[in-house]
Write a protein that binds this ligand. Structure first.
Ligand SMILES: [Zn+2]
Length: 361
């Protein structure tokens, strides 16, 4: 599924770049840059450096480039100094400021000194143990928080089951997060010459409750001495920060062009009230329309499709209540669509889950 998403992301990006519409109403105007760890939490340790110091420098540089070159974007940092910030508060800063994008910056570490390279994560179910271990390492930060048991619904950063449950909750922004993550990795690979470890998924608490497209970047491995040297160099930090800046800029351009195109096609707004509210389980996306009886949908009931953000998206079921859709989500996932998630509609117009919940009340 992730591979497919990435292929779609590439196709989307090409389409966006060729789109001629220019008058966008929905723009990306706020980004939250999150330097991981800080204060009493040093993060991963290299031979002579700490993750918290490197990621702060790269975060500040990234924000500086965005502010300097994208005048219409407001940059908000979760921290600008060496201080401890709880994971939940990092997300809260993004949500409260209605940020359009959330970028969390980290460094990796491994028990072995050989792994190196950069990877970018989006929220989702891990595909292998290595990805799970990265999330476990990053989520361990909550062990330094007070009342973490309450704050994260009893989430245990060291228990595999917690991660499976966490992945059930996401994610209506997955396509967008995957596109941004892909653009970051392209920059790292093509412009900074980093080894590309790809776009991966895992359950990161810092991304969990973010209500906007969000990614977590692992710049490189502090456990690899050559990479530690690069990560600590001024040149390395400038390269990495400018790569993230360029990826963000490409994403912004793509998003805004796409929205302009959407505006053109927009139907008159539907009436208020919940008469038209419905939830569906989205399980598949493609750049072309497929028959609803396509053999890859076999075993799924009530399949329908809609066109959204440049893609044909396929759903199963129509439900008036989110709780019913959640039940159905489990069934769809059990049928082999592990990345399925819930989407909501006003009639046939896609709306955010937040809006749907308001209507449902
Ligand atoms: Zn980290």
């Amino acid at each position: 599924m992730l591979k497919r998403l990435l292929h779609i992301a590439i196709a989307l990006f090409m389409v966006f770049n060729c789109t001629l519409f220019v008058s966008a109403q929905d723009k990306i105007t706020t980004v939250v840059i999150d330097a991981g760890h800080g204060g009493k939490d040093p993060g991963a340790l290299g031979k002579h450096s700490k993750e918290k110091d490197i990621v702060l420098k790269v975060a500040l540089k990234t924000g500086y480039y965005i502010e300097k070159y994208l005048k219409d974007v407001k940059v908000i940092y979760t921290r600008k100094t060496d201080r401890f910030v709880e994971l939940k508060n990092r997300t809260k800063i993004a949500n409260n400021n209605k940020a359009d994008v959330f970028i969390s910056i980290h460094c990796n570490s491994s028990r072995s000194s050989s792994p190196y390279g950069a990877e970018t994560y989006i929220m989702g179910l891990h595909k292998d143990k290595a990805n799970l271990e990265v999330a476990m390492m990053e989520n361990a930060a909550i062990l330094l928080e007070e009342n973490a048991q309450d704050s994260y619904n009893g989430f245990n950063p060291n228990a595999t089951e917690s991660y499976i449950e966490l992945s059930l909750l996401k994610d209506e922004n997955q396509d967008q997060s995957a596109l941004l993550a892909y653009l970051v990795q392209e920059q790292f690979k093509n412009r900074v010459g980093r080894k590309d470890r790809g776009v991966n998924q895992a359950g990161f608490l810092v991304l969990w409750r973010a209500t906007m497209p969000s990614i977590l970047i692992e710049l490189g491995f502090l456990s690899n001495s050559k990479e530690e040297q690069f990560l600590n160099s001024e040149e390395g930090q400038v390269y990495l920060a400018s790569a993230i800046y360029r990826a963000f800029k490409e994403y912004k351009i793509a998003f805004e062009k796409e929205n302009a195109a959407q505006e053109e096609m927009q139907k008159p707004p539907t009436k208020k009230g919940n008469a038209r509210l419905n939830y569906r389980v989205q399980f598949y996306t493609n750049t072309v329309q497929l028959s609803l009886n396509d053999k890859r949908f076999r075993g799924l009931d009530d399949v329908s499709s809609y066109f959204h953000n440049g893609l044909y998206k396929f759903t199963s079921g129509h439900y008036l209540k989110e709780t019913e859709a959640k039940q159905h989500l489990k069934e769809v996932r059990n049928k082999g669509f592990g990345d399925a998630f819930i989407v909501s509609f006003d009639g046939d117009k896609r709306i955010s889950l937040g809006e749907a919940r308001k209507l449902e009340k």
